[in-house]
Design a protein around this ligand. Structure first.
Ligand SMILES: [Ca+2]
Length: 108
């Protein structure tokens, strides 16, 4: 069984460590990619994998503390898994919304 450890870091965001044995022994680190680029959301990202859209594949949900391009705070990104459970893949993301508006929440 493949397991991953996902950690958000300041300015680097998300790492995946494929496990290689029980108890957990981690292989080399790699960045989670989206459309060929490393996902970099910045600090307070708190990434989690959960089947957000109910298709049986775990998606990536990541907090976004600050988006410098648009100067907004506290949004959540949804990366739909278009790969498999063992080899997730992401090609785009959207902000999670409620009632037609991006959900916003503060850090902490
Ligand atoms: Ca899913």
């Amino acid at each position: 069984m493949t397991r991953v450890l996902v950690i958000g870091f300041v300015l680097l965001i998300v790492y995946v460590f494929p496990s290689m044995a029980e108890p957990p022994a981690f292989g080399s680190m790699s960045y989670v990619q989206c459309a060929g680029d490393s996902i970099d959301i910045g600090f307070f990202s708190d990434p989690v994998f959960v089947d957000f859209d109910g298709d049986g594949l775990k998606d990536l949900i990541v907090g976004q503390y600050f988006d410098e391009a648009v100067s907004n705070y506290g949004k959540m990104r949804f990366y739909k898994n278009i790969g498999t459970s063992a080899d997730p893949s992401f090609d785009s993301w959207i902000y999670i919304q409620a009632d037609g508006a991006d959900i916003e929440c503060s850090a902490g």
